[in-house]
Design a protein around this ligand. Structure first.
Ligand SMILES: [Zn+2]
Ligand SMILES: [Zn+2]
Length: 332
């Protein structure tokens, strides 16, 4: 029988990339230590900072919340859990996600903040996914939702006087992102990639950090399971994900051939390729995108009106149009 490397108890996890078998407790400890090391190594959090943790209710962000809650005493920072209620009514998805968020905050005895897209901005992701809005935005709802969440995380960070916004992106997400952009040779996206983005106080941009970017997705699944964390079941009903799941399959096969390849891709990109790209193209990129403030909402944007305000305008005008059509139909 296979034994845990540290205590000799029956191992429940075998990590091929590290050539290591671990019991439940030592696996939990191992993950938390690696996140601590990531935060320290990449200087993600400094003492006395306020860190907003963006929590969707999925395994990644809920694990992030619990790990940060454990580390906050040692690293001496203030933790604020944040959840965005996206108003996805299919399968009661947003309702269940909000419940999971509340339960986790309660378990940790931390006050969480909830922002409702419907209450604060007058629309939901259901509206974004409607046929007429899709046609006008020419973007899949997932990608629009990503823009909306990034905007709201940053805005909440500003309003909460935070120093950092932490998200639950894992190693698998990051390796796929880099591989896709390497295939496309998308230099712009590659140059911008960083697990720690600095703040730009002049235009109200908060530093973004990804403390889980060196942890595999399967490890977070196990972490959440072993710690019995409350997470929302099922994927978002609007998740397009076909390219993503194809890429995941390819990455899985690569991992089988060469355990640890995801770590190698992300680390070597940051250590070797990015500095080389920066020395050649960095200045050019910096000059190309001076950030300013959106003329509608005053948040950071390279354009006159930010992507969020443009999306909101399209969604609200389509909603008004549809409401008007319903009224005229009712009068016919
Ligand atoms: Zn053990
Ligand atoms: Zn705006």
């Amino acid at each position: 029988m296979k034994r845990c490397r540290f205590c000799g108890k029956t191992a429940e996890v075998s990590l091929r990339y590290a050539n290591m078998r671990l019991c439940r407790d030592h696996f939990i400890e191992y993950i938390e230590k690696r996140v601590l090391k990531t935060i320290e190594q990449y200087k993600m959090i400094r003492p006395n900072e306020r860190v907003v943790a963006a929590v969707s209710g999925g395994k990644d962000s809920v694990s992030l919340l619990h790990i940060l809650a454990k580390l906050r005493e040692k690293l001496r920072f203030d933790l604020v859990p944040l959840h965005i209620d996206l108003g996805i009514s299919v399968d009661d998805f947003s309702k269940r996600a909000l419940e999971a968020f509340r339960e986790n905050c309660k378990e940790l005895d931390i006050d969480g903040i909830v922002i409702s897209l419907k209450d604060e901005y007058g629309f939901t992701i259901d509206n974004v996914a409607s046929r007429s809005v899709r046609r006008r935005l020419r973007r899949p709802p997932c990608s629009v939702c990503g823009t909306i969440k990034r905007y709201l995380f940053n805005k909440a960070g500003v309003e909460l006087n935070a120093d950092r916004v932490a998200t639950g992106h894992n190693l698998t997400d990051e390796a796929i992102f880099l591989l896709q952009n390497l295939i496309d040779m998308n230099l712009d996206a590659l140059l911008r990639y960083d697990p720690v983005l600095p703040s730009v106080p002049d235009v109200g941009l908060i530093s973004k950090i990804k403390p889980l970017f060196q942890i595999y997705e399967f490890e977070l699944e196990l972490y959440a399971k072993f710690r019995d964390l409350k997470i929302v079941s099922g994927a978002c009903p609007y998740r397009a994900g076909s390219t993503l799941s194809e890429m995941k399959k390819i990455l899985d096969e690569l991992e089988n051939l060469r355990p640890g390849v995801s770590i190698v891709v992300v680390r070597n990109f940051l250590k070797k390729l990015k500095p080389a790209l920066e020395s050649k193209y960095g200045e050019q990129i910096k000059r190309e995108v001076p950030l300013r403030r959106c003329s509608i909402c005053n948040m950071a944007t390279p354009l006159d009106i930010c992507a969020f305000c443009k999306i909101r305008d399209v969604v609200l005008s389509e909603m008004r149009g549809n409401a008007a059509k319903d009224v005229s139909r009712a009068h016919q």
